[in-house]
Write a protein that binds this ligand. Structure first.
Ligand SMILES: Cc1cc2nc3c(=O)[nH]c(=O)nc-3n(C[C@H](O)[C@H](O)[C@H](O)COP(=O)(O)OP(=O)(O)OC[C@H]3O[C@@H](n4cnc5c(N)ncnc54)[C@H](O)[C@@H]3O)c2cc1C
Length: 288
């Protein structure tokens, strides 16, 4: 199906883009990689009157470490993350998620920030970045604010972003030198959306866990943070007992549904196994 008719704008600055969003209100949509919005428009799940393409705006395509944050700009593609040295090591949860997203065609165009704004419960970045305790840097005409990802996801394909706002970047707090993480994804075939995904991100502090981030994909109405599992690890020594208890709590936090990808019990059990594996790998990297 073809999308419904729309006006197309390709502004050269954020200010110009914001003016257009103010003018059209909730009739306009920001276009980044187009890998989710265009299919939605073709299926008529979305019929915006105007598209505001941000691809010509300079300065949104950088990955930078500044003021205690790793900042990933709104035009950083999945592929840029796959190839970025900045994401290796202590940001391993992000480095591991990037190559598992779809196929090279989608990764060449799709953006990390676009994934967050799209809020697909099966999106991989949502979990990787929730585990990393990230926040979105957002601007509207005359205003700027940050939205912690814990407050961004409101439900399937629903966020707390307002129609007049542009997300400029996602910011990940520096987890310190002794940090590591990983993203484990079960998919029916290479390039598929997650049946289950588990993101783990750990910071160690004098041999015990300083902060643990654990988030789940595909087992709830949005990407979910396994808070009780995280809390069980804070200040604890990582050993088989604490790992297994955290994995049990993560499985308990999952809200899976039986569908053609697997039964709810199966998915819950994958969450438990992936959390165990993820914690062991994250601990290895963090201690290295
Ligand atoms: C075949 C296929 C397979 C896929 N497989 C996976 C997968 O395995 N895992 C996965 O995580 N994803 C997958 N995706 C989705 C893909 O990752 C998209 O790139 C991503 O969801 C959206 O990013 P985008 O830049 O393409 O956003 P767009 O499609 O341009 O936009 C998506 C939404 O976000 C809004 N938006 C975008 N950027 C901003 C911004 N800066 N500020 C405010 N709003 C904004 C748009 O208005 C729109 O509502 C797949 C997509 C396809 C087509």
């Amino acid at each position: 199906m073809y999308p419904a008719r729309f006006e197309f704008y390709a502004p050269g600055s954020v200010e110009e883009a914001l003016e257009l969003l103010e003018r059209y209100g909730d009739e306009a949509k920001v276009l980044a990689g187009g890998q989710s919005l265009i299919p939605f428009m073709k299926l008529r799940f979305a019929s915006p009157s105007a598209l505001v393409d941000i691809n010509r705006i300079e300065g949104l395509d950088t990955i930078e470490e500044e003021n205690g944050f790793l900042s990933i700009g709104a035009l950083v593609r999945h592929r840029d993350c796959e190839r970025s040295d900045a994401l290796q090591g202590r940001y391993g949860v992000l480095a591991d998620a990037a190559p598992q997203i779809s196929d090279p065609i989608v990764r060449n165009r799709g953006t990390v920030v676009g994934s967050l704004a799209h809020a697909d419960p099966q999106g991989d970045w949502g979990s990787a970045l929730l585990a990393a305790d990230a926040r979105l840097e957002v601007v509207s005409s005359g205003e700027a604010r940050t939205i912690p990802l814990t407050e961004l996801f409101q439900g399937p394909f629903t966020t707390s972003l307002q129609p007049n706002e542009i997300a400029r970047a996602v910011q990940v707090p520096d987890p310190g030198a002794r940090a590591g993480g990983t993203y484990l994804k079960l998919e029916r075939r290479i390039g598929d959306f997650a049946t289950v995904g588990v993101a783990v991100h750990l910071s160690l502090d004098n041999g015990t866990v300083g902060r643990a981030g654990i988030a789940l994909t595909g087992v709830g109405p949005s990407n979910l943070r396994a808070e009780a599992a995280e809390e069980s690890l804070a200040g604890a020594e990582l050993n088989e007992d604490t790992i297994q208890e955290a994995a049990r709590l993560a499985a308990e936090a999952a809200q899976p549904r039986t569908d053609n990808r697997g039964s709810a019990d199966y998915k819950r059990s994958v969450v438990r196994v992936f959390t165990e594996r993820g914690l062991r790998k994250a601990a290895e990297t963090a201690a290295a």
